[in-house]
Write a protein that binds this ligand. Sequence first.
Ligand code: HEM
Length: 219
Amino acid sequence: MKNSSFFQTLLTTLILVQAPCHGATLANPPFDLDFGDLQVTWTRNPDGNLDITVTGKTTGWVGIGFSNDQSMLNSDVILGGVGCCNQNYLYDAWASDHAPPAVDTQNDLTLLSASEANGTTEIRFERPLATGDGNDLDLTQGPVYLLWALGPEDITDPTQAAYHLSNRGVSAGKIDFNVSAVPLPGAVWLFGPALSGLGIWLRRKNHVETDAANTATAG
Ligand code: HEM
């Protein structure tokens, strides 16, 4: 009885202590970055794929890219938008130069939606963290920089895309896309099994002591 109330108090204290830290200790999707003229929001789907939304101030293409440095050179870029006659488009591409990127031979993107209104274009798509394509960065291998750019016109071929001028940028730091939702406070994951073990040990100890007392009384 004494042991079980000790166990309950410990568990309650742990939950209360963790409550205010919840936001700070947890990876709480959706994640977002606001670059001013372009916003990126992402989360992980139950199947583990990234679900990314890009919203940019243009009626042309919106683009993001993954890069190991802060340069457009050798970056894994994605361009999308709503073209003529409401044709949605999305290109999985690779930029090897400060020039229009080349479309990957293997497409690893799934366009979920695209819309354009009031001078703003929004695309939403899925991408596996690791695509197995040499022209995509493997996002399970560590954090990367996020590039962005806005194109002045829609495209039917990225190699014909017009220059973004100064409508481009890059994240200040590297971003780890390989994070998932953790539904419970981290400490519960860490200390939960330990607390269960402690509870079982205390109950067993209690049993042994009660048995010993019973034996002593009986004897
Ligand atoms: C579509 C054809 C593209 C052309 C012709 C082009 C061209 C260029 C050029 C000439 C520069 C260097 C001058 C400057 O800083 O503006 C540059 C830089 C940059 N571009 Fe592009 N680009 C294209 C597409 C893209 C795309 C799709 C992205 C990202 C999604 C991108 C992101 C960037 C970034 C972040 C920089 C600054 C960093 C750096 O100098 O590498 N560009 N681009």
